[in-house]
Design a protein around this ligand. Structure first.
Ligand SMILES: *Cc1c(COP(=O)(O)O)cnc(C)c1O
Length: 336
């Protein structure tokens, strides 16, 4: 059943568990279900059984493929023939490029001349056309808008889109299949597409006895600022180890602000030091290579900012980290 939010004009229908189940069927041939493993060290530290969902092992290195693949499956034949376009050089861009290639659809990723060569190469290697224009993200976005207007390409946004949210929500269905007695779930929050989908799936399937906790970084947490203000507010973007969690939620946000507000229990913020320590922990104790954004759930547990109850599931959302940075982080000694 879709949840509804009243606006001044018309109620907006948010994606519900039926849409998420349909997404699971639609993307089953493209994505891989990801494993859940128990963490002995975190279980000992927290005094409850702690499990990790290894979504950084998803194809393209993050969950963003799920939403992109679902959006792709929902295009009309006409839209499919014209292609898709985006401005993300990060995990969304990778997911979109791969999903388009799998579907045999043209994909254009617009980026500014300031984007580092390794990111350009990663997107090209996934089969997307790269268009380099201007020297800012705004100029890249202007090129996207032009291609939508003049060439009829479809823009697939990174989070505030019903099909994208439903695709990310398939993680929530997997979580309940893999750990039916879970009581605490930790999920990263940036634009909130991931959390909206996962929380919608969890709440519909387990209406009570489940605590859903969002985690963001202290530096530039746009959803946190929006929840405090009661509406989307501009937030200054700051450099952070959790770079995949940077950026705003959009002033004209349709779905994710209301869904996150209505579906989660807490939103916890973690520091750069706590993120660094969590990346370090993931490598040395769990043998997992994860990016800063992927590590914030572990950071929340290790910081003691969250006292989990019952079986606890932490989402590791991505692993696309610069390996020189990763090497520095794991080479710094951290007290256990
Ligand atoms: C995009 C992303 C997130 C946050 O997802 P939102 O839907 O924007 O909240 C978390 N982790 C990783 C690795 C990501 O790429």
């Amino acid at each position: 059943m879709p949840t509804q939010t009243k606006t001044a004009q018309q109620p907006i229908a948010h994606p519900g568990v039926d849409a998420i189940r349909a997404a699971q069927r639609a993307i089953g041939g493209v994505i891989r279900p990801t494993p859940v493993v128990r963490s002995d060290t975190l279980s000992t530290q927290c005094g409850v059984p702690v499990y990790l969902k290894l979504e950084h092992h998803q194809i393209t290195g993050s969950f963003k493929l799920r939403g992109a693949a679902h959006a792709m499956s929902r295009l009309s034949d006409d839209q499919r023939a014209r292609g898709v376009v985006g401005a993300s050089t990060g995990n969304h861009g990778r997911g979109l490029a791969y999903a388009a290639k799998t579907a045999g659809v043209r994909c254009v990723i617009c980026m500014s001349a300031l984007v580092p060569e390794n990111k350009v190469a990663a997107i090209r290697a996934l089969g997307a056309e790269v268009r380099i224009t201007g020297r800012s993200q705004d100029e890249a976005q202007a090129e996207v808008d032009m291609l939508v207007r003049n060439a009829g390409l479809s823009m697939v946004p990174p989070f505030d889109h019903a099909d994208v949210i439903a695709g990310q929500g398939t993680i929530g269905l997997e979580m309940l299949e893999q750990l039916p007695d879970v009581q605490t779930v930790l999920v990263q929050v940036s634009g909130g597409g991931l959390m909206s989908g996962v929380a919608a799936a969890l709440r519909a399937t387990r209406p009570s006895g489940l605590r859903i906790v969002g985690v963001s970084m202290e530096r530039g947490a746009a959803m946190h600022a929006a929840l405090q203000a009661g509406r989307p507010v501009p937030v200054k973007e700051l450099p952070t180890l959790a770079d995949s969690l940077g950026g705003g939620i959009g002033q004209d946000n349709r779905h994710t602000f209301a869904m996150v507000r209505d579906l989660i229990d807490d939103l916890i913020l973690v520091s750069e030091e706590e993120i660094a320590r969590a990346v370090h922990h993931a490598y040395w104790q769990e043998k997992q290579i994860i990016e800063g954004a992927g590590a914030v759930g572990i950071a929340a547990l290790q910081s003691g900012k969250l006292q989990p109850s019952g079986p606890t599931l932490v989402l590791l959302s991505g692993g696309n980290i610069d390996m020189a940075l990763h090497h520095r982080l794991i080479s710094t000694p951290h007290p256990m």
